[in-house]
Design a protein around this ligand. Structure first.
Ligand code: NAP
Length: 305
């Protein structure tokens, strides 16, 4: 016998801070709400061992913060289905197909986040959160008076490298070419900063350490020579990728694939909203994600746009 399609008022895809906040607001508004995640709730913040910039909470871990949000969402009635990956989304018809079922909804909130582009070198995954980081704003304060490296030559690498000079003694910026992609303004700031040293024409071949990062191995792209650099942090900023591929062709995005929304988080399809890091926005922080989640859920429950 074929199971009938489960029906909801709001389906939220992605259970990071944006999706969980949308779930709290949506179910509190009395909407029958389903929250889907391909893994467990959490998103990127789940991996942060200390979060100290979430207002109202002096210091916590990403996992503890998420666990509280999950408790809030379920207490208001959100149904969470984890380890359920969306395989197809017909946004106009509001039909979602996952690897386990098919759902219909009146509105859809896309909160699938983005992901760091990886170097894909030995040690990167093993030492994540132990010196390997993709967020200087989150982790910079842990590297006071230490030596760190930033990998990349774009705006993010230079901007984050400059930010790290507030904490670290020395910031190496390692770039695979001999000129930066970053804007002239940022380049000028970096070249005149005495704490920054550039290492040109070099790529990281491994990140090394036992409990924590102790060094990186570099390969010079001209000479192929390998050298080792002792340091305690490796910040990787070689671009990010939005998790918007399954919606491709249905929504307007910027050239990088981030979904374009209005100020109520509405997309060009009525009843479809985007919130958090998958959305084109000037800043990606937990607090901006929760703000987007709030706005999207209120928009969806009011049925506007
Ligand atoms: P990006 O502009 O794509 O730069 C990525 C950098 O990483 C490039 O320098 C690239 O080298 C390098 N790279 C890529 N893959 C690599 C690999 N496998 N190994 C080593 N290096 C690698 O990314 P982004 O800096 O994150 O910026 C993304 C967008 O956001 C850009 O449009 C940027 O202008 C914008 N943004 C703006 C600001 C601002 O205006 N304040 C701040 C942050 C970001 P190559 O140069 O050799 O390709």
């Amino acid at each position: 016998m074929v199971n009938p399609m489960e029906e909801y008022d709001t389906i939220i895809i992605g259970a990071g801070p944006a999706g969980l906040t949308a779930a709290i607001y949506s179910s509190r508004e009395g909407q029958k709400t389903l929250l889907l995640d391909k893994a467990v709730p959490g998103g990127q913040i789940y991996l942060s061992s200390i979060v100290e910039n979430y207002p109202g909470v002096k210091s916590t871990s990403g996992a503890a913060l998420i666990s509280t949000m999950v408790g809030q969402a379920t207490s208001f009635g959100t149904k969470i289905k984890q380890f359920e990956e969306v395989k197809e989304a017909n946004l106009k018809e509001k039909i979602i197909k996952t690897d386990r079922g098919e759902y219909k909804s009146k509105s859809i909130i896309i909160a699938t986040g983005n992901r760091w582009r990886k170097l894909n070198v030995p040690g990167e995954e093993e030492l994540l959160g132990k010196g390997v980081s993709y967020c200087a704003t989150c982790d910079g304060p842990f590297f006071k008076n230490q030596e760190v490296a930033v990998i990349g030559g774009g705006d993010s690498a230079i901007e984050e490298g400059l930010h790290l000079t507030k904490f670290a003694n020395k910031v190496y910026i390692i770039h695979r070419r001999n000129e930066l992609r970053a804007s002239k303004r940022l380049q000028d700031l970096a070249f005149s900063n005495p704490k920054i040293e550039f290492i040109w024409n070099s790529e990281v071949s491994s990140i090394n350490g036992n409990a924590n990062v102790e060094s990186i191995t570099l390969k010079n792209n001209n000479s192929n020579e390998e050298t080792s650099l002792a340091l305690s942090g490796a910040f990787i900023f070689i671009g990010m990728l939005p998790n918007s591929e399954i919606f491709k062709g249905q929504l307007e995005t910027d050239p990088r694939g981030y979904i374009l929304t209005g100020e109520w988080m509405q997309t060009k399809i009525p009843g479809v909203y985007a919130a958090g890091d998958v959305r084109h926005s000037p800043l990606k922080q937990v607090t901006t994600a929760t703000s987007d989640g709030t706005v999207s859920a209120v928009s969806a429950s009011r049925g506007q746009f």
